[in-house]
Design a protein around this ligand. Sequence first.
Ligand code: AMP
Length: 114
Amino acid sequence: MSECIFCKIVARTIPAVLVYEDDMVVAFDDVNPQAPTHTLVIPRKHVASIAELQDSDVGLLGRLMLAGNTIAKQKGIADAGYRFVVNTGAHGGQSVFHLHLHVLGGRHLAWPPG
Ligand code: AMP
């Protein structure tokens, strides 16, 4: 997906503040943070949204979530609590069509979301 901005971050052809990476996922700080900690965890492979995942991606989904936990510990927000968000499709508010897990924390997060 040569035009996908997150694929370009994986390929390091555009810059990002990388905070974690392994063989399946890459994580970087959101360029427009909505909380003191706002990091995105993405699969290295292009998957447009969580709705596109297949049964064979169950390991990838687990890795995304576990990487989110690692980042929460790394960022010092694990004890206070944090939130994972996966916006999906138009009504879900998705704006970048490469699956990403938002890791948000560092302040009290309201519920319900907007
Ligand atoms: P979503 O609206 O759930 O699709 O989230 C996309 C997120 O990607 C937004 O929070 C953007 O601020 C973030 N974003 C877009 N481009 C970049 C970039 N180049 N580096 C870091 N974050 C980005």
